[in-house]
Design a protein around this ligand. Structure first.
Ligand SMILES: [Zn+2]
Length: 158
């Protein structure tokens, strides 16, 4: 067997094909959204980032090693990446999007990832701000959902 990895085996493409098998419809790389999410699911007001464990510092992951040399170079670089990811996610949530991050190492167990992603994209609570009570949540959509092209999401449409 040849060991050549085709383009179809990149983590992002694996996640796309998984989502496709799960019946989700999506768009790619919306340039107008913070952080340019890898996958956008407008129907569910969800975005998915596929993150490499090393570059994006998957917490507690054995792949998120710290190089032994040139740490004065690596550490600030890692810090900037993590901070940028965090800012983008906060901004996306503020705009009314659910944000799911798939870590590269999760691709080892696609069944587990499928369950988690389905909940993260379609089954989890919509991203209301934390200080809104449950009663208010049921009564009115998040203000962020009124803006732009995002569709409103209600928990019982799917
Ligand atoms: Zn990892």
């Amino acid at each position: 067997m040849r060991q050549v990895r085709s383009a179809n085996t990149t983590p992002e493409k694996k996640v796309r094909s998984l989502l496709h098998r799960l019946g989700f419809r999506f768009r790619l790389h919306r340039q107008d959204l913070p952080g340019k999410p890898d996958i956008v699911l407008p129907k569910h007001a969800s975005v998915v980032f596929v993150h490499g464990c090393f570059w994006h510092r998957h917490p507690g992951c054995p792949r998120a090693t710290i190089p032994a040399t040139h740490q004065d170079y690596w550490l600030p670089k890692f810090k900037r990446t993590v901070e940028r990811d965090k800012r983008n996610q906060i901004e996306l949530r503020r705009l009314g999007w659910r944000v799911a991050v798939v870590w590269e190492c999760e691709l080892r167990d696609l069944d587990q990832l499928a369950k988690r992603l389905t909940i993260a994209i379609a089954g989890g609570p919509v991203p209301y701000s934390k200080n809104v009570s449950v009663v208010q949540m049921a009564a009115e959509p998040h203000p962020g959902f009124g803006s732009g092209q995002n569709k409103r999401v209600s928990a019982d449409t799917d």
